[in-house]
Write a protein that binds this ligand. Sequence first.
Ligand code: SF4
Length: 336
Amino acid sequence: MLTRSEIRGCLTARGQAQEELFAEARRLREEHFGPTVVLRGVIEITNVCRVNCDYCPMRRDNTSENDRYFMTSDDIVARARAIRDAGIDIILVQGGETPRNLSAVEEAMPRIRELFDGRVEILLNLGNMRRGQYERLRELGGTSYILKHETSDPRLHEALRHESLEERLRCMRDLLDLGYRVGTGLISSLPGQSLDSIVDDIELAASLGVHMCSVSPFVPAPNTPLQLAPIGSNELALNALAALRVHLPSLLIPSVSALEKTSQGGQSRGLAAGANVMTVNFTGEADLNRYLIYGKDRYVVRKQHVQELVAQAGMRTRGSVFLDAPAATDALKYAS
Ligand code: SF4
């Protein structure tokens, strides 16, 4: 593990020092996972959200002007079937934070498990909930859960998300306690964020004991209070990603679409910096342009593009690392 000042040094590395950092990140990824990239298929089930994040076009204040949609359980299962047919065994069910279509997810989960004869990772990304709700989703077959902390600075968190960091962390601890494999994530280059705050983000992932962590550069999206803020630095995001890999080598770390959105070739560089997960979009054409995560001209990741990137990186795709791990606590040893 790195010291605090070593993590800070990683964040500012450029030129030769950055190349050496990325090479070390790739070496550690290879040591822990082999030359493999985990593929996920995502279904974005609703664009309605009760939260009002200042950086997100799906924020609560935009609800009335957005073209709202909620997938039914049949829609979700149909998209899951398409993911299965594409040879992917991780179903990422993602959406704005709303209780309104939780019942559709609950109905869909046993049907998804049936589609895969039980050999499926159901990865949920549906926001803060009460412990009892997480418990119910776990009983229905939820394997893993993404709940990004976004920023570990409590004041910045409150200022940009209008939510309490403490409650977010309570949710993460509940999820871990219930046996989920948990993913967190940070946004780098947020307005008002310091470099030390990103060091805190990386140390938080370590102290929580999560299994996955993402780094997304800030994207100033239209129709949000931060639309005129400067776009995030890809170099900083990639360095934070590589620092995560070196600090916590057995983490699953995605190369996220925001890297491509902020710089062409960004996802390929994410793999070069030590990432080992990619997500393919299966939302379906009708809803894709309504899920406004970075605005209407979002970057949508297709399977063929992912396969090309993975091959260029000299790697190969693989399925879930969690299905054969007997318990959540044993989930961090996956040399392939
Ligand atoms: Fe809701 Fe997520 Fe957008 Fe925040 S970032 S408003 S929680 S969908």
